[in-house]
Write a protein that binds this ligand. Sequence first.
Ligand SMILES: Nc1ncnc2c1ncn2[C@@H]1O[C@H](COP(=O)(O)OP(=O)(O)OP(=O)(O)O)[C@@H](O)[C@H]1O
Ligand SMILES: [Mg+2]
Length: 266
Amino acid sequence: MVAPLIELQSVSKCFRAQRTRQETWAIRDVSLNIGEGEFLCLLGPSGCGKSTILDMLAGFEGPTEGRILIAGEPVGRPGPDRGVVFQDASLFPWLSVIDNVTFAPRLSGVAPSTYRAQALELIEKMGLGGFENHAPYELSGGMRQRVAIARAWISNPRILLMDEPFGALDAQTRLEMQETLLAARGQAVSTVLFVTHDIEEALFLADRVAVMSRRPGRITLDIPIPFPRPRCYEALIADPAFSRLKQDIVRILRQEIVARRETDRA
Ligand SMILES: Nc1ncnc2c1ncn2[C@@H]1O[C@H](COP(=O)(O)OP(=O)(O)OP(=O)(O)O)[C@@H](O)[C@H]1O
Ligand SMILES: [Mg+2]
């Protein structure tokens, strides 16, 4: 059997608050494998540790317990093999759109002639044509997020880590971005870990959906999404199998949210 590209082996993460020193276990005993070229969506209630998993894969945080491997090696520092889109756009505020998008290739000393045309094409594809020289504060929230996506894509990373990247977009733009993401994947296959609150988005995009429990997060459901590709959104939402899967996931997430309220009250 081929080894998975990403392996989380019984991973737990505990944070200690700076002021109170209080400990919070963000995730407990999470085991998850993602194969090369697979698109996995991670769903779960707020605060269950989704961003924590993403941050550890990106190399910003280490696990408290367990191991995280990429291609069989423990995760090191952030690197060009992993493109990250954060929950908030996190652009460099002092850099223009084009300088934000080309940040990684410029840092690694690639000649501008090799990446500039690609950057402009990506900016155009993201609907940001004409805004190349604008500063982030001159863009809307959704536009900033699209710059962040272009910045992650420019290096054709082997792994894309996306934390609710389309959460701030209106429904129409979100659908366009989802389609762009699927089309881009068709050209350069990369493995994607995609965090979202939106069940329909997960079902539209993913090969597999993993649902997490409330904090400390564990994986409570891990299901393959059987719809063939290329997928058409309109056809998918009219498919009874889509509604059934959606209902199953809604039920499980609702149980988690009710259970969290009861724990919080206790
Ligand atoms: N740097 C940190 N220091 C202390 N606690 C943290 C830190 N990062 C996350 N946490 C805690 O870990 C838990 C999980 O947070 P995380 O951001 O991973 O949740 P999430 O599932 O991404 O939630 P959301 O859907 O709201 O984005 C939370 O209780 C949070 O307070
Ligand atoms: Mg988060």
